[in-house]
Write a protein that binds this ligand. Structure first.
Ligand code: 5AD
Ligand code: SF4
Length: 471
């Protein structure tokens, strides 16, 4: 998608030090001023927000969760479905009000939404109280833009991706489990999806840079890392170094970090070698998120997914057969333009065959500029909602059945923090990515512990810590 009114990306350098120097982030103008950040969308955005927090804290800002106290508000936005847009515009209405009482408040809108012409133009014409607008390709310009801030709206969004940056100062949300980007962008151009337009072409990070990051996270005490990319299985295809995701995964496993996860996998790029590596290394978790999108080969073709229903099921079965105790979750879209009853029945049929551990399900949302948005859609909203409910019911029944199979078993759990389910509980995940709420004290946070599963629900397990007693 071209943004005629916005700038083309300039060639980028790759080292943090250069952008820090260029942005003169040593200024004391913002020392102890407060920032409030709100993140919408996927894990990629969550991790981008860790970069944004790093930039703000380099400038002297400190975090607040109280919007009323904030000197600067950053919305890191998502474009994947229309409801993500609606939420941001709704929140901007609230911020406009807030700014009436606090005219010095700096409001920034960044991430995926401004990457589309219509949103960038709308922010310009209808939301002049937004001070700073930046895109996904120039997050690292945010520091400079804030320092230039003088209440005139600044819009800097690049339509073309630049180089890959290294050595960012992330302020990570967790000291136990860390996100590690292995690539940016996506070249798959599924016909319904806005990501290749908002995040640009696929750019893989060099393996040595990723390994260096994982090694330093391990040294800093992290027990888990999640390798992040829109399509991690295509890692390395845009580089000339002859390595791929299987090579990377194997090398990450050899760093000895306790737990390795990765999201998201595209079935088309999933190789046998990847399955071998996942099965071989104890520290690669037996959990795969493998988006199906639809069970109808007719729709899969219209979606540009490059596999048929049969090929998906064959891959699914191969993974199940080779990786002991693996858990597999998926994404499914209902109501793709003109999805027939038969198409939908085929989706249910694949769910019945695969019996996924879980699924994220969505009603199709037309995205401006994507090929699918041009298809005239005759399906009623009611049909789409009914299908979503029917699908969710089926998915939930399998999730519950999978979870019930854990009853009475003892599982290794990485404890991540206090649980929302009670003041004396903590939560963590099994190797297979099952959420467990555990009776127990906070001293287990940040530890791998053994837990006996005492109850199973559709979306979580309950458990009790195994206490070893001396004879
Ligand atoms: N409408 C609905 N769901 C979508 N997804 C991506 N684009 C759309 C869209 N236009 C879903 C896919 C993807 C997940 C992250 O979001 O299922 O895997
Ligand atoms: Fe979107 Fe398809 Fe790329 Fe996933 S693989 S980010 S659905 S274009």
């Amino acid at each position: 998608m071209n943004l005629p009114n916005l700038k083309q990306a300039r060639l980028r350098t790759t080292k943090k030090v250069e952008y820090l120097a260029a942005a003169n982030l040593k200024s004391t103008k913002y020392t102890n001023k407060k920032y409030y950040i709100r993140t919408y969308g996927c894990q990629m955005n969550v991790h981008d927000s860790e970069e944004i927090k790093g930039i703000l804290e380099n400038l002297g800002f400190i975090p607040t969760t109280d919007l009323e106290q904030a000197d600067i508000v950053i919305l890191n936005t998502c474009s994947i479905r229309e409801n993500a847009h609606d939420k941001v515009f709704g929140f901007l209405g609230r911020l406009k009000h807030l700014k009436k009482n606090n005219p010095n408040l700096i409001i920034c809108v960044g991430g995926c939404m401004p990457q589309t012409d219509s949103v960038a133009n709308l922010l310009k014409t209808k939301y002049p109280f937004v001070n700073i607008v930046f895109g996904t390709h120039n997050i690292n310009d945010l520091g400079k833009m804030i320092l230039k801030e003088d209440q005139k709206q600044q819009i800097e969004v690049y339509s073309i991706e630049g180089n890959v940056y290294e050595h960012m100062d992330y302020v990570r949300d967790s000291k136990i489990s860390a996100w590690v980007n292995i690539m940016y962008g996506c070249d798959k151009f599924c016909t319904y999806c806005i990501v290749p337009y908002t995040r640009g072409k696929q750019r893989s990070r060099k393996m040595e840079d990723i390994l260096e990051e994982v090694t330093s996270l391990k040294k800093a005490g992290y027990l888990e890392i999640t390798l992040l990319g829109q399509n991690v299985n295509a890692y390395g295809k845009d580089l000339d170094f002859g390595y791929n995701f299987a090579t990377l995964l194997e090398n990450v496993a050899k760093t000895g970090i306790k737990r390795i996860r990765f999201v998201t996998s595209h079935p088309w790029d999933f190789t046998d070698k990847m399955i071998d590596v996942i099965a071989k290394y104890e520290n690669i978790m037996p959990y795969i998120h493998l988006p199906l999108q639809s069970g109808s080969s007719r729709l899969l073709k219209l979606m540009g997914r490059r596999y048929t229903k049969e090929e998906y099921i064959a891959l699914y079965n191969k993974i199940k057969a080779h990786i002991p105790n693996v858990s597999i979750t998926t994404d499914i879209i209902v109501g793709f333009p003109n999805e027939t009853n038969e198409d939908f029945e085929e989706t249910l049929e694949v769910v019945n065959k695969c019996k996924f551990d879980g699924a994220f399900t969505f009603i199709y949302s037309p995205r401006e500029g994507t090929p699918a948005a041009l298809i005239k859609d005759t399906l009623s909203k009611k049909t789409k909602i009914d299908r979503l409910h029917q699908l969710n019911e089926l998915i939930n029944s399998y999730s519950l059945a999978h979870n019930q199979a854990y009853l009475g078993k003892t599982e290794e759990v990485l404890v991540l923090g206090p649980s929302e389910k009670g003041s004396n509980k903590v939560y963590g995940y099994t190797k297979t990515m099952k959420l467990v709420n555990i009776d127990g004290a906070g001293e287990d946070i940040g530890k791998l512990i053994l837990v006996t599963i005492t109850a199973a629900k559709s979306f979580s397990l309950d458990g009790k810590k195994v206490i070893f007693t001396k004879n």
